[in-house]
Structure formats: structure tokens, C-alpha cells
Design a protein around this ligand. Structure first.
Ligand SMILES: *[C@@H]1O[C@H](CO)[C@@H](O)[C@H](O)[C@H]1NC(C)=O
Ligand SMILES: *[C@@H]1O[C@H](CO)[C@@H](O)[C@H](O)[C@H]1NC(C)=O
Ligand SMILES: *[C@@H]1O[C@H](CO)[C@@H](O)[C@H](O)[C@H]1NC(C)=O
Ligand SMILES: *[C@@H]1O[C@H](CO)[C@@H](O)[C@H](O)[C@H]1NC(C)=O
Ligand SMILES: *[C@@H]1O[C@H](CO)[C@@H](O)[C@H](O)[C@H]1NC(C)=O
Length: 466
């Protein structure tokens, strides 16, 4: 009798382990914004929407600790600035102790450390010192093992630009200039049994890199556009991108290395085709595809993905494109931008909104319309946009169509809100005025700031983050 209970318990456990092999859909969250969602609200948001995994694009321990007791699996990112200086046992020890071990002792479910963000990129991080990442990756691995944290994966993130540009997946290979550190990296992933983490942005790949029809970026197979590679036909960019990487891995000697999608998404502004309608359509197709568990021609089976991203980041660097600030599935105020079903049941519903967000009062800063001194007008416009986020005014973005006066107003308001509606920040040499009626028009929203959880640390005009 006892034996039988034990047997069925074992069967049950095997069953649980088997179901864990299926795919998951997590989400990323970065904090390079003036309007920072309160972490406890983010925890609530993830729990309400049953999102099991969070890829935190930072390692601030005040943020990590809030996930204590939640059972949300956390991937913690070691920022590039730190990677470039962390190649020392003592520094690595302190970092792992503070950001990983300590929170785990407090009940945070950390499953992964991402050492650097796209260190091998040649578009996103031109200044990247990619020779540093492999030694630091190994050092963090050793440090984790020393601290009896062997179960935590140590890995790094890669953009699609680690590959040479090629039309057919079967022609794909890693860039020549990074081959050496890349091979070392792959050896380490293989040795420690971690997946290759790919960050992929189909809108950029399809339009900017390949110049294909935008339809190819969607997964609902409506375009008729296809790429035929030998006996395989690709009808969407996502499968083509994954299989390109699969080919490159195969050529490097790792035909079976698991591929995990560390970031995938669709921005809603700052770029042609980057809008809410397309983002909703993209995610609908993507999640249907993920839930089918059919995988790609070369990598059939379930796929683990992290959607990018939870909220917009209006201070994210824009060297790659201004759309980089508009990846959020949620607006800065915690409201979802579009319908998306995180539970993979393809329901046509908005996800749960964040509760308890407190907005600043309904006040906007506008240009008073005085154009008698254009030098002053232009000077103040430049000042505002240099500091605040004006990416919605870019070509093809949602506020691109504004008339001259409204463009100035948009910039003034962005600046005023960034400084928490401080009255003197709407002066602009006498050209600004505060109004209580919302100047937003159609698709172009003049945002209001939310009350922040923590004040930013600003030094020499640079926003510092831990
Ligand atoms: C914690 O999460 C794992 C998978 O992420 C799940 O299998 C387990 O049931 C969860 N435990 C609790 C107590 O919710
Ligand atoms: C490492 O790569 C070799 C060769 O492809 C493979 O046989 C082995 O299973 C891999 N190890 C892991 C942990 O994936
Ligand atoms: C992109 O493709 C279109 C037509 O498909 C062509 O007219 C255009 O010149 C191409 N642009 C670039 C930069 O190659
Ligand atoms: C896409 O549609 C075509 C017909 O238009 C069909 O032959 C093909 O199998 C479809 N591909 C996928 C991946 O559903
Ligand atoms: C496709 O081609 C490859 C070799 O290029 C071959 O190994 C494979 O069996 C072919 N698959 C089918 C379904 O014909």
C-alpha cells in the first residue's frame, strides 16, 4: 500500500517535471524611465496576469527584494558598465552576494544571471568591449558555484546582429570580428548547459536589415511573401531568424544548443509601422504560435520567450532608433496599450491594469504662441528636447503630424512633466504657460507624469542606475 502511494507520487512528480519542459512566456522590465512603476505594483501586475517569469534589465537590489515570496522566476541583468569593471574576484563576490545570494536568502526566486546586455552587438553598443564578457561570465559562474548557487544559470544576451546579414538561414554564420569570443562563449554555455539567449526584433530586422515587406514580420501568414531555403519555406521572420541562429550554432559545432528568446516585441511609436494596432496583431500571432508548441522547421517543439517589454522607457538611449523608448505593452501609467492574452488562450481581452498608480495633477505646459523672437523659441525647444523625451515627434511617430506651435508645446510639456510639474520648469524665457485642458490630439498624447517610487540619482546631468 505504502509502496503504491510512493509509486503514484513518483509518477505525479515525473508528470510535473514533464509539464515544466513546456514553453513559458515571461516579460522583460527595464527602468530607464522618468515615470517608474512602483515595483510592488509590478509584482501585483505579474501575479494578476499570471506571468511566471520576469527578465529584469537591472540589478537594483531594492527592486529585486520586492519579489520575495512571490515565486516569480527572476532573471537579473548585470549592466554593461559593471561587466567592464567586474573582472576581479572580490568585485564579483560582492556583486553576487548583494544582488543574488542575499535576495535568495530573503525568498526571491532568482533563476538566471545575464552578464551584460548584447555585448557582441555592433549596432546597439558600438563601444562594447566584448573581450571582457567571457571572462566575467566565467567568473560569475565560478562565484555562483562557490556560493552553492549552482542551479542558477549564468548567461548573456545576444542581438540578431551577432550574425552576418544573410538572406537564407542556411547561409547564416557568426560575424567574423566576434568569432573568437563567441566560440569561447558557446563553449561555456555548452559546458554549463545553459541556452543561447537571443533578443529579436522582427520589425527592425524586416524593415531595416532586410528591406522586406513589413507583413513578413507578422506570424499570421497573410502576406504571401516567403523565403525558400532548400526544401524549407519561411512565411514569417520569427521562424527565419531562429533558424538562422540554429544554422550558425550548428556550424560552430553545437547543433543541439537550446535557443531561448530573451526579448521579443513590437514598439508602438517612434518608427513607421510601430503602432498599437500592429503591436496587437504581432503579439496575437506570436502567442498563438508559441502556444502551438510547433517550433521552427529546424527547432521543432516548445519555445521559451520573454516579451519585451512591460512598460515604456522614456530615457532609453536612442542610438539604435527612437522606437527603443516605446516597447511597453503597458503605458507608463500602468494601463495596457492593447489586447494581449498572456495565458496563451488567445482571448480578445485587455490584460489586467496596474492598480494604485497615482498621477500628477491634470496640468500641462504649452507654448504661448509668441513667435516674435524665433531664436528664443528654437533655443527653448532644443533645451526641452535635449533633456526630455521628444521621440514621438520623430518622422513616422505619433506626433510627427503636429503643426509648428503644437510641436513646441509638446516639447515644453515633456520637459515640464519630467521635472514633476515644477512651475519654474514651464518658464522657457516667458514662452511657456501652464494649462488645465489636455492638449493631446488624436493619436498624439501629451503625457502626464506619475508619482515616482524613488528619486533618481543624477550626477553631472547623467541619470545613474544601479
Ligand atoms: C512556483 O512556480 C513553479 C513554476 O514556475 C510552479 O511549478 C509552482 O507550482 C509554483 N509554486 C507555488 C507555490 O505557486
Ligand atoms: C555540448 O555539446 C556537445 C557537442 O554538440 C553535446 O554532445 C553535448 O550534449 C553538449 N552538452 C550540453 C550540456 O548540452
Ligand atoms: C527597399 O525596397 C523597395 C522596394 O521593395 C525599394 O524601392 C527600395 O529602394 C529599397 N530600399 C533600400 C534601402 O534598399
Ligand atoms: C501560409 O499560407 C500558405 C498559403 O497561403 C500555406 O501554404 C502555408 O502552409 C502557410 N504557412 C504556415 C506556416 O502556416
Ligand atoms: C531537406 O533537405 C535536407 C538536406 O538539404 C534533407 O536532409 C532533408 O531530408 C530534406 N527534408 C525533406 C522533408 O525533404
Amino acid at each position: 500500500m505504502k509502496m503504491r502511494v510512493k509509486m503514484s507520487l513518483m509518477c505525479f512528480m515525473v508528470l510535473i517535471m514533464a509539464t515544466q519542459v513546456t514553453s513559458f512566456v515571461g516579460i522583460t522590465w527595464g527602468r530607464q524611465q522618468t515615470q517608474q512603476l512602483v515595483p510592488s505594483m509590478v509584482v501585483d501586475l505579474l501575479l494578476q496576469n499570471k506571468i511566471p517569469q520576469l527578465r529584469l534589465m537591472t540589478s537594483g537590489y531594492d527592486i529585486i527584494e520586492i519579489f520575495s515570496g512571490t515565486n516569480i522566476s527572476l532573471s537579473v541583468t548585470m549592466g554593461n558598465q559593471f561587466v567592464w569593471q567586474a573582472n576581479r574576484n572580490d568585485l564579483a563576490y560582492v556583486w553576487v552576494n548583494d544582488r543574488i545570494k542575499d535576495p535568495i536568502n530573503k525568498g526571491v526566486n532568482i533563476v538566471e544571471v545575464t552578464v551584460g546586455s548584447e555585448p557582441f552587438s555592433n549596432t546597439f553598443l558600438k563601444e562594447a568591449n566584448n573581450n571582457q564578457v567571457v571572462p566575467v561570465l566565467k567568473l560569475i559562474r565560478e562565484t555562483l558555484d562557490d556560493m552553492k548557487l549552482g542551479h542558477i544559470r549564468a548567461t548573456t544576451g545576444h542581438g540578431m546582429d551577432v550574425l552576418k546579414v544573410s538572406k537564407f538561414p542556411s547561409e547564416a554564420d557568426f560575424r567574423d570580428d566576434i568569432k573568437k569570443p563567441m566560440l569561447e562563449s558557446l563553449e561555456e554555455f555548452n559546458r554549463t548547459g545553459v541556452p543561447f539567449v537571443l533578443y529579436m526584433f522582427p520589425i527592425h530586422f524586416v524593415k531595416e536589415i532586410m528591406n522586406y515587406t513589413m507583413e513578413f514580420a507578422f506570424m499570421d501568414n497573410k502576406s504571401g511573401f516567403k523565403i525558400v531555403d532548400g526544401n524549407i519555406t519561411y512565411t514569417n521572420a520569427v521562424e527565419l531568424m531562429i533558424d538562422s541562429l540554429a544554422w550558425a550554432l550548428k556550424k560552430a559545432g553545437y547543433p543541439d544548443m537550446k535557443i531561448m528568446i530573451g526579448q521579443i516585441g513590437w514598439p508602438t511609436d517612434g518608427y513607421p509601422h510601430a503602432n498599437i494596432k500592429n503591436a496587437e496583431r504581432f503579439h496575437k500571432g506570436l502567442l498563438k504560435y508559441v502556444s502551438s508548441k510547433k517550433g521552427t522547421p529546424l527547432r521543432p517543439g516548445p519555445l521559451d520567450i520573454y516579451l519585451h517589454s512591460l512598460s515604456d522607457e522614456n530615457e532609453f538611449r536612442t542610438i539604435f532608433g527612437t522606437f527603443q523608448r516605446h516597447w511597453g505593452i503597458y503605458r507608463a501609467d500602468g494601463n495596457p496599450k492593447y489586447k494581449i492574452d498572456f495565458s496563451l488562450q488567445d482571448r480578445d481581452e485587455y490584460p489586467t491594469e496596474a492598480k494604485g498608480i497615482v498621477k500628477m495633477p491634470n496640468r500641462w505646459c504649452k507654448f504661448n504662441g509668441d513667435t516674435s523672437n524665433m531664436y528664443l523659441v528654437n533655443k527653448n525647444y532644443d533645451l526641452a528636447c535635449k533633456t526630455a523625451d521628444c521621440t514621438r515627434l520623430e518622422k513616422g511617430a505619433s506626433c510627427d503630424g503636429l503643426k509648428f506651435e503644437s510641436r513646441i508645446s509638446y516639447a515644453f510639456n515633456a520637459f515640464f512633466q519630467k521635472y514633476k510639474q515644477s512651475l519654474e520648469k514651464c518658464d522657457f524665457d516667458g514662452l511657456g504657460k501652464i494649462v488645465a485642458t489636455n492638449p493631446s490630439v488624436e493619436n498624439c498624447e501629451f503625457p502626464i507624469e506619475i508619482l515616482a517610487f524613488q528619486d533618481q540619482i543624477v550626477q553631472n546631468g547623467m541619470v545613474l542606475r544601479i
